[in-house]
Write a protein that binds this ligand. Structure first.
Ligand code: A2P
Length: 334
């Protein structure tokens, strides 16, 4: 590895970490050296990058010497404990956890929406929540066209959002369920195979979950729209890796389907898949593995004035996490 930057991935063995390694390679990110970090249990494990074997190291305070960019995806507590060592050593941290997202001096960035915000960073840039990114990829172009006031939404979230163990749990439970064997939930509080759980993350006072609250707070920060109001019910479904969200949004200005379609069609990173007459609409199975989020089922909302209803799907591990983080790293190199 010659020119380029020294990149570290914290959580390299996880569901998002694995995607980060692949994306750095596929997108030809200028990597001079790649350091793969995880918990002690993965130390010594060998992962491939551009045909080379890289040995996973145990994350420690001194893991970040000479690192330029540190991509963190090992949960909030790991970020809270170690991001300061990375930033202190001179690296820019791009953090996939919720640890710093709402801090005033931490930009929260979706490159297609608020790329200029990265300039305000002081060592840490936060990657938004996956459901927030996927909804905003469709809501933001509509906001630019008609000025969004509020939204009601329901998510259908893949298990990948809960990590590699959750992906394994859905797989094992599906086989057990089909062969009539008992299932024993470990990652989720109830069986996830052939079930839906109206809970993503922990419950807060007031009855919303933390995931639901993140959506409201993060959307306001990313869109620079402090008066945006939203109510979402986040639901875990037995899907492996793409999230779907049904959104009903009310706008300040009168809406038109033609203008909405144009706004969606022309937005970078978004694909309009909307041909009900031939049963064409986004589905997790068609969004999985794709960089672009997909939007469809677009219609004038019958429940309120100036309303639009739509359905958006996006790969949670890609645009919802790893791809967005790598896009931020790319912006930093420009
Ligand atoms: P490990 O595989 O060694 O446990 P996922 O989101 O798929 O569950 O992955 C979480 C990632 O975060 C894994 O790479 C995991 O490493 C890593 N991780 C979890 N806890 C720590 C920790 N305390 N220190 C370093 N890495 C951690």
């Amino acid at each position: 590895m010659s020119n380029g930057s020294h990149v570290a991935i914290v959580g390299a063995t996880g569901a998002v970490g694995t995607e980060l390694i692949q994306l750095l390679e596929q997108r030809e990110f200028p990597v001079r050296e790649l350091k793969l970090l995880a918990s002690p249990k993965s130390a010594g494990k060998v992962l491939k990058f551009k045909g080379e074997d890289i040995r996973v190291e145990t994350l420690s305070d001194s893991s970040f010497k000479r690192v330029d960019t540190a991509l963190f995806s090992a949960g909030g507590s790991t970020s809270r404990e170690y991001a300061k060592f990375a930033a202190g050593a001179g690296a820019v941290v791009i953090d996939n956890s919720s640890a710093f997202r709402m801090e005033a001096d931490v930009p929260l960035v979706v490159p297609e929406i608020n790329p200029a915000d990265i300039q305000k960073h002081r060592g840490i840039i936060a990657n938004p929540n996956c459901t927030t990114i996927i909804v905003l990829m469709a809501l933001y172009p509509l906001h630019l066209a008609f000025r969004v006031k509020r939204a009601i939404a329901s998510s259908y979230q893949a298990v990948s959002g809960a990590g590699a163990k959750a992906i394994h749990e859905l797989s094992v439970q599906s086989k057990s369920f089909c062969s009539g064997e008992p299932v024993s939930p470990e990652v989720f509080p109830h069986p996830i195979a052939f079930n839906v759980l109206p809970q993503v993350d922990v419950f807060l006072d007031g009855g919303y979950t933390k995931e639901e609250q993140k959506f409201v707070n993060e959307s306001r920060k990313i869109m620079h729209h402090p008066t945006f109001r939203a109510s979402i019910t986040c639901v875990r479904v037995p899907v492996f890796r793409a999230h779907s969200v049904a959104v009903h949004a009310e706008f300040e200005q009168p809406v038109s389907i033609d203008r909405a379609r144009d706004a969606l069609k022309n937005f970078e990173g978004l694909e309009l898949v909307d041909d009900p007459s031939s049963n064409k609409y986004p589905m997790p199975i068609s969004a999985a593995g794709k960089d672009k989020c997909q939007v469809g089922r677009l219609r004038v909302d019958s429940a309120w004035d100036n309303g639009l209803a739509f359905w958006v799907c996006g790969d949670q591990l890609l645009k919802g996490a790893a791809l967005n983080a790598v896009q931020i790293a790319e912006l930093l190199t420009k």
